[in-house]
Design a protein around this ligand. Structure first.
Ligand code: BGC
Length: 762
């Protein structure tokens, strides 16, 4: 029987294509299920494949379609022309391409394969949809600040809706790397420094991208990346050596991956870095023993961009052939961009160095995934030019971007209740390199978004003001270089105004891949601008643009009000104005600690106590763990964020002083809004294991809850802990639950006192 969907597409595909497809062996795979069960027909297909065709199914290349921004995001290569890439696809040398542009491109390539290739195995189209396809949502780090994984699930789902509409089957996201060193530029792509937050956001994003069914034309396959510990690069230098103990690996860096796989992610990407001496791409322990053996992962593993080739530079592989063999035998199913697999696997199989059965296994995984994505059912199912434009930037998507934007903004400081600002009656000077202009709104890793569709800060503020003419705008400075006459102009604008809003920070390309910084500060020329404007003495709000935690100093740190606004995407200006003028009360929290100075890096709240902790407070004691002249604490710790209310914590109570081995304990506290505006407070529960067979962090986040409070309202909030919540990785690198004494806090941040109690685990 002819599949009706294919018939319906005949007009678009052309009758010859349809005929060829219906007659093809791959068509036999129509019934591939959702279960991951590999249909027998896949093995029949594999049996017909040459070794070259098999290696082709394990080779993924960047799209050669002109006009894509993809080349600029990765090291440029002297790749083939689009025509020759189409020919490669037709010859079965490609499993698919990534970061191409548009359904049109996908249609040309898929048609060539369906018409002209021997076995007619559909191509898979991949892309980096990190925080939105056409509608750009806040960068992942910003969304993590919402402390609301459901928000991330919704934006991921919307991104999938747009991207799958444009022919994309497979997304290289979410990035679930924990980032504890803010010098590293790629922290912006993840959920920050904390394990629990990392797990929850990893799972939420996977659910959003993949939905309930991979066959859905509104969803796409997710990739948990970069496996593993890429975020632990020494000194935060991208691509640098990682040397962590197996315990730290299992306790900190791996749990978000596990959460992503448990949520259903069926692909993962091998990390660029070496891990304690072995490049991740060549680590049989990581890719096969741990991932497939211990965790039972059933999806497939792709290398990162030339990750197999890079094992030569690592000094691990002798040459290209050796790199191929090492990566493949370690368990990396598919090679991205080097072309090594299609070049060297056939010969490695012929010489007996790589067993045919292993190649068949990897091919089976890849074909099973294509089947699960519904590509054998209809290779064009996500390729539809009309749907591509119909789904692009709908009002619903823009509204979600605005909602996500304002819920990602963290208010660090609001002395004297300067915020929210009045909508009228005051003249506002909006100053700084990010005051206006659309270039730095979307942030890093945007391939398909359009700067010109994004709302800048000046536009957002003007729209919020009763009288848009009351706004003065002055650039004041470049991002990393001074602007001739800029400071004078800015000072003049500040003089004329009642209130100054200073938009400072990092440009979109100061974070992201290969953008590590030694000094995580507001760049010098902007700091000078801030000092000059502060000298005028007007009430000043700092609006930070940033892809990482920053070490704030001088006039920036001392301003009465500070908002962290990251990169919020399409609706940036509206989202910031919503918070500035009080249409929305800030409710986000820092997913990364803001240190006092750059030299504290890596600084994260869940650090170990050391044998010589400096007592809490500002006083420095000799021969205690601190740098010269500063306490080793955060300026603004993980979890910090103010609201427009005035929140008080009180009355911590435990259901019992003891938690039984198979029991639960309830920890409750009262939270009250003593302010005059409504607030949404994110209450956080932290524990500390006082003495254990392996030393434990000074605090660990175990739960959090968002509570909406009207002025004067008070609420008792209850959390439950079970012994499993107190588990850690023990001496034998396995999880263990040990009896002992635990401090517990319910607090507004990782370093705030909040309210505290103690219990024992029997
Ligand atoms: C990045 C990956 C990305 C890949 C493809 C690499 O440079 O590390 O995160 O998915 O390129 O664009």
């Amino acid at each position: 029987m002819v599949d009706t969907r294919i018939s319906r597409r005949a007009a678009l595909m052309g009758a010859a294509t349809v005929g060829a497809w219906i007659a093809s062996p791959a068509r036999a795979l129509l019934q591939a299920g959702e279960t991951g069960r590999v249909p027998a027909s896949i093995d029949a297909l594999i049996a017909r494949m040459t070794i070259e065709e098999k290696a082709g199914q394990l080779s993924l290349m960047a799209s050669a379609w002109g006009g894509s921004k993809a080349v600029a995001l990765n090291p440029p290569t002297n790749g083939p022309s689009f025509e020759s890439q189409v020919e490669e696809a037709r010859l079965g040398q490609l499993t698919g391409v990534f970061n191409g542009n548009s359904a049109r491109m996908a249609r040309i390539m898929q048609t060539a394969v369906m018409n002209g290739s021997r076995l007619k195995i559909p191509l898979i189209f991949a892309a980096d949809i990190i925080h939105g396809h056409r509608t750009i949502f806040p960068v992942p780090l910003a969304e993590a600040a919402s402390f609301d994984p459901e928000l991330a699930r919704r934006t991921a789902e919307m991104a999938a809706f747009e991207a799958a509409g444009a022919g994309i089957d497979w997304n290289f996201a979410p990035m679930v790397d924990i980032a504890r060193d803010q010098r590293w530029g790629r922290g912006v792509e993840g959920a920050g420094e904390d394990v629990l937050l990392g797990q929850l956001f990893a799972a939420a994003r996977v659910r959003g991208f993949q939905g309930k069914s991979l066959r859905s034309t509104e969803h796409m396959l997710a990739t948990a990346k970069h496996f593993a510990a890429y975020g632990a690069a020494e000194a935060g230098l991208d691509y640098n050596t990682v040397d962590v103990s197996e315990r730290t690996l299992r306790e900190v860096y791996l749990p978000p991956f596990k959460a992503a796989f448990d949520a259903g992610a069926l692909s993962t990407m091998a990390a660029f870095n070496e891990l304690s001496g072995i490049p991740a791409t060549g680590s049989e322990w990581l890719m096969t023993r741990l991932l497939r053996g211990e965790w039972g992962f059933r999806g497939f593993i792709v290398s990162d961009y030339t990750g197999d080739e890079e094992m030569i530079a690592h000094g691990f592989a002798k040459d290209a052939r050796d790199a191929t063999k090492l990566a493949f035998l370690a368990g990396v199913d598919m090679s991205m961009q080097s072309g090594f697999y299609r070049k060297h696997l056939p010969d490695l199989v012929r010489s007996g160095e790589v067993p045919t059965a292993r190649v068949d296994e990897s091919v089976r995984r890849v074909l099973a995934m294509k089947a699960m994505l519904g590509l054998f059912d209809d290779p064009f199912r996500r390729i539809d030019e009309r749907r591509e434009s119909a789904r692009s930037m709908t009002p619903r998507a823009r509204a979600l971007a605005r909602e996500a934007g304002r819920r990602s903004i963290v208010m660090l400081k609001n002395d004297g209740g300067l915020l929210p600002l009045p909508r009228g009656g005051k003249r506002i000077a909006l100053i700084g390199p990010f005051a206006s202009g659309q270039h730095n709104l979307n942030g890093p890793w945007v391939i398909y978004g359009d700067d010109e569709k994004s709302v800048d800060l000046a536009t957002g503020v003007r729209a919020a003001l009763r009288n848009g003419n009351a706004l003065l705008v002055a650039q004041g400075s470049g991002v990393e270089e001074p602007l001739a006459g800029g400071i004078e102009q800015a000072v003049e604008a500040a003089r004329q105004a009642d209130i100054v809003v200073l938009a400072l920070g990092e440009s979109f390309n100061m974070s992201g891949e290969a953008q590590s910084r030694t000094e995580i500060i507001v760049p010098e020329p902007q700091q000078r601008l801030a000092e000059a404007v502060a000298a005028i003495g007007k009430p000043t709000v700092i609006v930070l643009k940033n892809g990482r935690a920053l070490a704030l100093a001088g006039a920036v740190a001392n301003a009465p009000a500070i908002l962290v606004t990251w990169f919020l995407g399409t609706e940036t200006g509206h989202a910031i104005a919503d918070v500035l003028f009080g249409a929305y009360g800030p409710s986000a929290r820092l997913p990364v600690s803001f240190p006092r100075v750059s030299g504290q890096q890596p600084y994260y709240y869940a650090h170990k106590p050391t044998g010589r902790p400096n007592p809490r407070g500002e006083k420095l004691e000799e021969y205690k763990a601190h740098f010269r002249g500063i306490t080793n604490t955060a300026l603004y710790p993980f979890g910090h964020g103010l609201t427009y209310g005035r929140i008080e914590y009180s009355d911590l109570a435990l259901s019992s002083p003891q938690l039984a081995a198979n029991g639960t304990i309830e920890v409750r506290a009262r939270v009250t809004n003593r302010g005059r505006r409504p607030a949404e407070e994110v209450m956080q529960l932290y524990i500390r294991d006082k003495a254990a067979s392996v030393t434990r962090p000074v605090r660990e986040l175990k739960a959090f809850r968002r509570v909406a409070l009207q002025p004067g309202q008070s609420q008792t909030v209850r959390f439950r802990l079970r012994p499993a919540d107190l588990a850690f990785i023990g001496r034998d690198n396995r999880p263990v639950i040990e009896p002992g004494t635990f401090d517990v806090w319910i607090a507004p941040s990782a370093e705030a006192d909040g309210v505290q109690g103690t219990f024992t685990l029997a």
